[in-house]
Design a protein around this ligand. Structure first.
Ligand code: UT7
Length: 328
């Protein structure tokens, strides 16, 4: 039985920025409405002309993670790729990343789709593969181009989302300081209709309905309430299960979907502001990329150090939810 540690992290953000004011040119909205309801001020948008796709953005993030981990591409022996929409139906985007990184060792490549929670799901899977000795270095990616399937005429949803990629390398640790403590991976299928995208897949592969291009269907208030309740409950239960006090948590990174959701969850734990990582104002909800991007930024900003206790929590379509406690 081995322990795993995060040996490197990286992220990639498309250059193109849409501010709230930019969106007022497309439909009736306002900076005031978006800021008040969500805390979001701007989001990044991928561009085909810049070759920004889930796999290509992920490759940029992965190169940064490799550099920070001091590893070569061929040191990676497995790739897990989380996205709500991979580049193609097949081959998977993990394989495309293997190619883009120049990895020639034929390492295993797997895409994971658990919507916004996919990256934590993938991290927990990666940890198991390291703990049991199967692999030494696993690249775990969250990469999203939500703008490619957002309906840009539906103001109630498109203002919430953005594009980004985050990557982490999980490595076998040579000591027992860094480790994963415990996690929750759950899904409540009774709420599956509250956040759903049906078009473009097996039941509706050639979706064309210009009159009603409702690509993402969401019951915003139901998702909001479930998000706060589930994340707060899982965090409390995980602390109790591991005998960890909230004072022992050095950094809390919740899913960056909405500032009001983050604040509601953090309030329940009375986490001081400096212990809560928040960047939703800059990037909006980048689905399964929010947490790896925030983690990478936290490292750059010096907010996360070796030996720190890190609490991660997220929720998404399913409604899935995932919470993870680890020592960095
Ligand atoms: O990863 C999971 C992703 N999903 C989420 O995180 C969603 C969670 N839910 C939320 O964040 C919130 O429910 C929203 C931000 C989506 C909406 O906030 P709300 O306080 O629940 O607003 P609402 O849906 O009740 O809408 C209120 C009003 C409506 O007008 P009327 O019917 O009251 O006249 C909407 O038409 O706001 C209107 N509205 C807008 N107005 C200006 C909706 N979108 C906009 C907009 N600009 N972009």
């Amino acid at each position: 039985m081995y322990n795993s540690k995060i040996s490197g992290a990286g992220h990639y953000l498309p250059e193109k920025v849409y501010t709230n004011n930019d969106l007022t040119k497309f439909f009736e909205t306002s900076d005031e409405w978006i800021t008040e309801r969500t805390g979001i001020k701007e989001r990044r948008i991928s561009e085909a002309e810049k070759n920004e796709y889930p796999s290509t953005m992920a490759a940029h993030a992965a190169k940064m993670a490799l550099k920070n981990a001091n590893l070569e591409p061929n040191d990676i022996d497995f790739i897990l790729f989380s996205s709500t929409m991979s580049d193609y139906n097949f081959p998977n985007s993990a394989t495309l990343v293997q190619d883009l990184l120049g990895i020639t060792n034929h390492c295993g490549c797997l895409d994971v789709n658990s919507a916004c929670t996919g990256w934590i799901y993938a991290m927990v899977m990666a940890n198991s593969l390291i703990e049991n000795g199967t692999y030494k270095n696993i690249l775990v990616i969250g990469s999203e181009t939500t703008s490619s399937y957002n309906n840009w005429l539906d103001r109630s949803k498109c203002v919430l989302f953005g594009d980004a990629a985050g990557a982490v390398i999980l490595s076998r640790s040579d000591n027992d300081k860094s480790k994963f403590h415990a996690n929750f991976l759950q899904s409540d299928s009774t709420k599956k209709e509250d956040l759903i995208k049906k078009s473009g897949m097996a039941r509706d592969p050639f979706f064309v309905d210009k009159e009603n291009p409702d690509l993402v269907e969401m019951n915003g208030q139901a998702v909001f309430k479930a998000a706060v309740k589930t994340m707060a409950h899982q965090c409390a239960a995980l602390l109790e299960k591991t005998g960890t006090t909230k004072e022992e948590i050095d950094l809390f990174i919740p899913h960056q979907a909405n500032l009001r959701i983050i604040e509601a969850v953090a309030r329940r734990f009375e986490f001081p502001k400096e212990k809560v990582m928040i960047n939703v104002q800059k990037y909006a909800n980048t689905s399964s990329a929010t947490i790896p991007v925030a983690l990478s930024e936290a490292l750059i900003e010096g907010r996360l150090k070796r030996g720190d206790k890190l609490l991660l929590t997220t929720f998404g379509s399913g409604l899935t939810s995932a919470t993870l406690l680890l020592t960095y």
